[in-house]
Design a protein around this ligand. Structure first.
Ligand SMILES: Nc1nc2c(ncn2[C@@H]2O[C@H](COP(=O)(O)OP(=O)(O)OP(=O)(O)O)[C@@H](O)[C@H]2O)c(=O)[nH]1
Ligand SMILES: [Mg+2]
Length: 457
């Protein structure tokens, strides 16, 4: 980890936060109400200039919003939250006006004219994080809640926002800290009469911590699936029913289906939700050697998609499947034996050489529930999202790195290696947990996280 910062040395103390930011907090377009939010040191002077007074904190004040020549731009409610008791921890004011593009833009221009600048994406949440109002997983949960694509994703985001994820991580980090304290004492006071921990006791304690991390990971994997989903590519020879399968998944005639082999040329991407699991599905051109330049380009693109997908639904309309071209991708393949209606077969599944085949008829809608079940199972997705909190790839990576350090620490203990090495592994494990909650962060990490947010969040 390079350029690690401790939270205490945040931008707040560097004093780069003197500027005041403004953004529309509600979505653009027409709405009953539109909200403009302001945060920073000039908030009180701005609100005084716009409505002619400083409103009573945390009360809804009905006021006229005035421009520089005292003409009325709009009238609406003003909410004033003096820092530190505000979302960002700074002085914040919200103008709740009429939700029209022109009226909100006039108000925004007025506030910019009073010395505020436009907020960057996620800058309100970033300030909330840097001022200690939210930890990093909670700030990320704000974005996840707003962009949730299913009820399950939204309810897991609210759990993270309430701190369910961070609490578990903090608890594990505290246990590692306690163990570190003992081991560092051993390093510092080798000459003194202190009863040190035995290597068995150390390994047992670390193993208990590892078990807790495993249980956090199970929930985090679900949360990350709910948020990011999986990518599935539909591949196979021409005319086997790939586009028909895509149309089944997305519930409408997205792709052209004909009985002419080579119908699909381009990649066709759809985004659907399978009982809460987001699926990014790609239909591809049928794989064959073609003298048609356009079709051949389609086949090249199909291979690119096949190579980068999480799973491959390899569709076939005969029992004879040539797996040779997929030699290096076998662990990602589910064979979809389509058109069983033509062969008077029943839907079923079987496994040969560790590869699952699901027998379906897309046309007669048979066996597709088996296929859906297989996709969810492959993704490791459970329909019940009890206790699941939203999580991201970076959290899973950090948990994985924590586990690796702890396993290394057990090896050090079991081999009676110097206590310094053991302490260092524990320190690194704790550090990775800190990356999840934002106790430890880099500027790069914050930029990456908050730049994905919308302006106004
Ligand atoms: N009998 C039967 N016909 C099917 C079934 N699924 C698809 N078809 C037919 O098979 C033909 C080809 O279907 P598509 O979905 O266009 O096949 P494709 O694999 O996308 O074909 P290309 O785009 O050319 O690679 C169409 O006439 C479909 O109606 C099925 O389950 N049973
Ligand atoms: Mg097709």
């Amino acid at each position: 980890m390079k350029k690690v910062k401790s939270k205490k040395k945040s931008k707040v103390l560097n004093n780069t936060f003197v500027d005041t930011i403004v953004a529309q907090a509600t979505a653009t377009g027409c709405g009953g109400v539109g909200i403009i939010r302001v945060s920073g040191s000039a908030t009180t002077s701005i609100v005084k200039a716009v409505i002619g007074k400083i409103p009573q904190p945390r009360y809804a004040d009905l006021a006229k919003f005035l421009d520089a020549s005292n003409s009325v731009i709009d009238h609406g409610l003003v909410l004033f939250f003096p820092g530190p008791n505000s979302f960002t921890g700074e002085d914040v004011v919200e103008f709740h006006g009429h939700g029209g593009a022109v009226v909100l833009d006039r108000l925004l221009q007025r506030i910019l004219g009073l010395g505020a600048r436009l907020a960057r994406p996620g800058e309100f949440s970033e300030r909330a994080f840097l001022n200690g109002k939210l930890d990093l997983t909670q700030a990320e949960a704000v974005a996840d809640l707003v962009s949730a694509s299913s009820v399950q994703a939204a309810s897991s985001a609210i759990k993270s926002l309430q701190g369910d994820f961070s609490k578990l991580v903090f608890a594990v980090a505290a246990q590692i800290m306690e163990l570190r304290t003992y081991i560092e004492a051993e390093i510092d006071f080798t000459e003194e009469e202190i009863e040190f921990l035995t290597s068995e006791k150390i390994s047992t304690t670390i193993n208990e911590v590892l078990q807790q991390i495993t249980s956090i990971k199970i929930k985090a994997v679900q949360g990350s699936l709910l948020r990011d989903g999986v990518s599935v590519v539909i591949a196979g020879k021409p005319n086997v029913g790939k586009s028909s399968l895509l149309n089944y998944f997305c519930g409408h005639d997205s792709a052209i289906v004909t009985d002419i082999p080579g119908t699909t040329r381009d990649l066709l991407k759809e985004y659907i939700n399978l009982d809460g699991l987001p699926l990014h599905i790609i239909d591809t051109a049928g794989i064959r050697v073609s003298s048609d330049v356009i079709e051949q380009e389609g086949v090249n693109r199909a291979w690119l998609a096949i190579n980068s997908a999480d799973f491959i639904l390899l569709v076939t309309d005969s029992d004879d499947v040539d797996l040779a071209p997929y030699d290096k991708l076998l662990d990602k393949i589910v064979i979809v034996r389509n058109k069983i209606d033509q062969d008077a077969m029943k839907p079923k599944e079987d496994v040969v050489d560790n590869i699952k085949t699901v027998y379906v008829s897309v046309k007669e809608q048979q066996g597709l529930n088996l296929l859906e079940k297989e996709i969810k199972q492959r993704a490791g997705f459970k329909t019940t999202s009890e206790g699941v909190f939203s999580a991201r790839r970076r959290h899973l990576d950090a948990l994985q790195q924590t586990e690796e350090c702890l396993e290394q620490a057990i090896t050090c203990a079991n081999n009676n290696q110097p206590a310094e090495l053991l302490a260092e592994e524990l320190r690194m494990a704790q550090n990775y947990l800190g990356v999840i909650t934002g106790e430890v962060y880099t500027e790069d990490l914050l930029d990456r996280i908050f730049s994905e947010f919308c302006v106004g969040k």
